[in-house]
Each structure stands twice: as structure tokens, then as C-alpha cells.
Design a protein around this ligand. Structure first.
Ligand SMILES: Nc1ncnc2c1ncn2[C@@H]1O[C@H](COP(=O)(O)OP(=O)(O)OP(=O)(O)O)[C@@H](O)[C@H]1O
Length: 546
């Protein structure tokens, strides 16, 4: 580990201890060596005893910088793991991060544009509209059209800071894995690798701009989701320019209530949008924390979502989608055998797995879930528990599915928060059933045939020629196969003949030698030996050449 790494490591320990995060760990997670390690840093005391646990955790993440802020943000969406108080506290990390100077922001924007800000924009606002973990957002208007826009620019040196912290995390996680040995089920290095991919993906705003445009186009005719227009020609790796939106943050329930939002419709639309993104478009927003979701101000009785920050998007293969949908349907039909077979067919677990044992484990895990009314069962939770069970049977971890499961859990949590009576099953079931019927059965056959029609109409005129060529080729192949067969038969005949001659010569030679030793029939003995030698020579020279 480098000197810088050691220094950064010490700083992290210092911050964690200064905010008393070690005190938040339950006693059973603090063995004697942990206590010994803590006392060896006796000069670092908890300076924030009066603050709540959630507040201390948030402030520590803020102090440690973007990688930890992002981690806190991700945790804030895990209401299945955190109490409401903690989740609300961590949600503050979403866009209340100290800003950097507008001078630096201006310089960075002009470097990316290659011209002055004034060349493209009027009324650039030096006070940032929002300052988040990775980027800062400033308002301006577009010179060419007067349209209100925002400029999202990456924080200075953010790439180096993230890289340094990730490297340190990688080193620590590898050391932990070595200490834990091979039998580990917990793989910190995999977790860090996953996190690294996620956070590095967010550092390319050009990519984010492409993603946003793609998602916008997928939902252009939608009443449920709006994605702001992106000015791609003004976007660069460290700068993104997009339409300015005016919505209410989804976490601001008071304001949403005050404007008379139809929460039931809003909650149902959240679930529908997610399933549409996954099953219809195969392209889903996978960073759905509250700082990225706004609600329209107009028509509160018919509200729609406004989505920002398309840095992290998930994609599933067609087969993943099919197995996923079948998994949910099998679960709700309590068909555990089908679930077990689906995991093997999809290749998520090995074909050597004991299917019966796996089916029993799935049943033991799923059955208690049906103690709740159907509408309270969470799809995200079902998936999470299925993955946990499958992990005991050597599940081959599918990062795209984990991303999906986390997003699903969050979307459902959000839906329930907005409208606690949300019936997840009634919202999602018709969607899944429709989708499945479109994938299999006569309708699917018709759809696929229709989709392939342009290909066949292009190939049809070539068909007679193709048939003729194939027949010609077939005849040629048939001829050469016949030749090969003839040659093989001839070879076998020669082989048999030479074997026969060699055996005959051996018999004649043995008989001739025997008669010779008896001295009774010398002429016969000589004839036998002569004939034997002749047969042998003939057999040898006529043997088949390999
Ligand atoms: N088009 C927009 N119109 C209005 N406000 C916007 C727009 N884009 C971003 N913002 C504001 O800026 C904040 C941060 O934007 P964004 O989430 O894209 O940045 P980020 O650095 O990627 O944040 P995160 O910490 O979520 O990764 C948003 O929460 C929102 O308040």
C-alpha cells in the first residue's frame, strides 16, 4: 500500500471514530480484537455524542467525500434495511452536498465547450441550483432559443478522488478475503467491484446524455414519465446541458399533499413505469433515489413522474426477462418445482444442483410469505429471498439481476410510502401475464412471424436460386460420399484378403517345418514351405496402403 493510501486509510478511520460510528455496531459484531484495535486509537474520541446515529453517519459520509456520499445515498433507498429515521437522514445526502466555487464551475464548463459560456448561454447563474456528490448544477438560458436549461458539471478532480478511494477499498477487501479464506460466502471484493462499475459509470456525462435521450424517446407518448430534453450537441464527458424542469421532489410529501396529488395513481404508475422499462424496453433507470425523482406540478389529479440522472441504467437479456417473469408467476402460483427448474434452465445455478433439495428450500422460504395478504407481498423482497436461497446452492451471481432487484425494492418502497394500500400484485400481475402471453403461444408466434416479415420478403425472390444451388451442392456431396464409401469398401476387402493370405502362409510354414523335421516327405515339406513363403509375400505386397 502506498504512503498516500496509508494516509487516506488513517483519515477514514479517524473520521469514522470521531463520529463514533464504532459505537453504532451491535455488541455481537465487536469481538475482543475489534475492541483492542479501537483502544489502540485511544486519542481519537467521539466528538459528536449529542447527535443521533443517523446524523453522525450522514456527517461522516459527507466528510469522507463523493465515494462515501454515494454509498450513503444508495443506503438511503434501502428501507428494507434501515429505519425511517436513518433513511430520512441519509436522503439529505441527495442534493445537499457543499458546493464548489462558481469560478471553478465556469472554468470547467468553458474548457468542455471550448468557448466562453456567453457564446451559448445567457443569464448563467453563479449560485448553483443544486450541488450533488458527483456534479453541480447551474441554471442558464439557451442563447439560440431562450429556453431555460441547466448545466450539470462534474466536480473538479472527482475522477482522481474516486479512483484513489476505490483502490483503497479494493486493497482492503482483498486483504479481508485472504484472511477469511476460500470458504467464504461473503465476497467483499465482488461488492466493491460492483460498486466501482456503478460509480465510474456516472463519471461520463456524454454517456448519461445518450441514456437520457434513449429513455426519453421510449416514454415520449407516456402520461406517466417525462425525461427532460438533452442538448446532446452541447454535452461533453464532464458537462451535460438539458431542459430545466420544475417539479416537486418525490420526498416532499407535504407539498404533494397540499397540491392535491392523486397518490394512488402516482404509486401505481411508479410500479407500471418500472415494469414497462424492464419488460417492454429492456432499459431501466437503476439509480432511483429520491433526489432523481420529481412529480409534475400541473394536473395533480393525473400526476406524472419526472426522471433525472440516467447515469446508471440496467439492461436484461431476453432470456433473463422471460425467466424473471416466469419466476414471479410461478411464485404467485406456489409452483416451487417450476421455480427450481427455472433457476437451472436459465443457468443461474448449475445443472448438477440437487433439484429436489433446492425446491424444498424455495418452498420453506416462500410459504411463510403467503401468511400475508397477496397485495402486501413485495416482488423485490421475493426476488431478494429467492437469490439468498439460491446462493446456498451456488447461485452464479448475475449483476444485472441484482441491480434490478434493488431498483424494484426501492420502487415498491416508494410506492408504499406514497400510498400505503398499494396493491402490488394487482398492479403488476396483468402486466406480467400480458407480457408472457406475448412471448409464448400463438400470439407470440404471429408477432415473431410479423417481425421477420421484412427479412423473408427480401429473401423470397432469391429462394428458387437458393434451392437450385442447394440441390446442386447436395448432388455433389452425395457423389463424393458415394466415392468415399466405395473406397472404404475396397480397402476393407483388401484388408481381409491379405489377412487370409498371411494366416494361410503361417499354417503352411508350420506344417512344412513339422514335415521337414520328420524327414518322411521331403518333397511335400519343401512344397509347403515354398507355398507358405509365396502366400506370405503375396499377402504382404497386396496389403492395403493406409
Ligand atoms: N433538468 C433539471 N432541471 C432542474 N433541476 C435539475 C435538473 N437536473 C438536475 N437538477 C437538480 O440537480 C440535482 C442533482 O442532479 P443529478 O442528480 O443529476 O446530479 P448527480 O451529481 O448525478 O447527483 P447524485 O448525487 O444523485 O449522483 C437534482 O436532484 C435536482 O435538484
Amino acid at each position: 500500500m502506498s504512503i498516500t493510501g496509508i494516509r487516506r486509510g488513517y483519515h477514514i478511520i479517524k473520521v469514522l471514530l470521531q463520529f463514533g460510528l464504532d459505537e453504532l455496531l451491535p455488541k455481537k459484531l465487536k469481538p475482543w480484537y475489534f475492541k483492542l484495535l479501537r483502544s489502540s486509537f485511544f486519542w481519537i474520541r467521539n466528538k459528536h455524542k449529542s447527535l443521533s446515529g443517523g446524523e453522525r453517519f450522514r456527517l461522516a459520509m459527507l466528510e469522507l467525500g463523493p465515494v462515501y456520499i454515494k454509498l450513503g445515498q444508495m443506503l438511503s433507498t434501502r428501507r428494507d434495511l434501515l429505519s425511517d429515521e436513518w433513511a430520512q437522514e441519509l436522503a439529505k445526502l441527495q442534493d445537499r452536498v457543499p458546493p464548489f466555487s462558481s469560478q471553478l464551475a465556469r472554468e470547467a464548463i468553458e474548457t468542455e465547450l471550448g468557448t466562453s459560456i456567453d457564446a451559448h448561454f445567457d443569464d448563467f447563474d453563479d449560485t448553483p441550483l443544486a450541488s450533488a456528490s458527483i456534479a453541480q448544477v447551474h441554471c442558464a438560458t439557451l442563447k439560440s432559443s431562450g429556453a431555460p436549461v441547466v448545466l450539470k458539471v462534474l466536480r473538479p478532480n472527482i475522477e482522481q478522488q474516486i479512483q484513489a478511494d476505490i483502490t483503497l477499498m479494493e486493497q482492503v477487501s482483498h486483504t479481508i478475503e485472504k484472511l477469511l479464506g476460500n470458504s467464504r460466502r461473503f465476497r467483499p471484493a465482488d461488492v466493491i467491484a460492483d460498486y466501482k462499475n456503478t460509480i465510474l459509470g456516472e463519471l461520463d456525462l456524454k454517456l448519461e446524455a445518450h441514456n437520457a435521450t434513449k429513455l426519453r424517446n421510449n416514454f415520449l407518448d407516456s402520461d406517466s414519465l417525462y425525461i427532460p430534453f438533452v442538448y446532446e450537441e452541447l454535452c461533453h464527458r464532464r458537462l451535460m446541458v438539458m431542459e430545466r424542469i420544475d417539479g416537486i421532489p418525490v420526498s416532499n410529501v407535504e407539498e404533494l399533499t397540499a397540491q392535491g396529488t392523486n397518490f394512488k395513481l402516482l404509486a401505481e404508475r411508479g410500479v407500471e413505469i418500472f415494469f414497462t422499462q424492464v419488460f417492454r424496453d429492456n432499459f431501466f433507470h437503476a439509480d432511483m433515489h429520491p433526489g432523481n425523482i420529481f412529480i409534475s406540478k400541473e394536473h395533480p389529479d393525473n400526476p406524472y413522474y419526472i426522471g433525472l440522472d440516467c447515469g446508471i441504467m440496467g439492461i436484461l437479456s431476453d432470456s433473463d426477462k422471460r425467466y424473471l417473469a416466469e419466476n414471479f408467476l410461478a411464485f404467485f402460483n406456489r409452483d416451487y418445482q417450476r421455480i427450481a427448474h427455472l433457476y437451472i434452465e436459465s443457468g443461474w445455478i448449475s445443472g448438477d444442483t440437487d433439484v429436489v433439495a433446492f425446491e424444498q428450500a424455495v418452498k420453506a422460504m416462500c410459504e411463510p410469505m403467503f401468511n400475508k395478504p397477496l397485495h402486501e407481498i413485495s416482488f423485490g423482497h421475493v426476488l431478494l429471498e429467492l437469490f439468498r436461497t439460491a446462493r446456498r446452492f451456488e447461485l452464479i451471481v448475475q449483476p444485472q439481476l441484482i441491480l434490478l432487484q434493488k431498483t424494484l425494492l426501492y420502487i415498491e418502497g416508494l410506492g408504499r410510502q406514497l400510498y400505503p394500500q398499494l396493491d402490488l400484485w394487482q398492479t403488476a400481475k396483468p402486466f406480467l401475464e400480458n407480457w408472457m402471453s406475448e412471448q409464448v403461444g400463438p400470439k407470440a408466434f404471429y408477432q415473431k412471424a410479423k417481425a421477420n416479415l421484412p427479412f423473408w420478403s427480401e429473401k423470397l425472390p432469391e429462394l428458387p436460386e437458393l434451392v437450385y444451388d442447394n440441390l446442386k451442392l447436395g448432388r455433389k456431396m452425395l457423389g463424393s460420399q458415394q466415392d468415399m464409401l466405395n473406397r472404404y469398401l475396397k480397402h476393407q476387402q483388401q484388408l481381409h484378403k491379405s489377412h487370409y493370405l498371411l494366416i494361410t502362409s503361417a499354417v503352411l510354414l508350420i506344417c512344412g517345418t513339422f514335415l521337414f523335421t520328420q524327414s518322411a516327405y521331403p518333397v511335400l515339406a519343401q512344397s509347403c514351405i515354398g507355398l507358405g513363403v509365396g502366400c506370405w509375400l503375396f499377402g504382404w505386397f497386396t496389403r492395403p496402403k493406409s
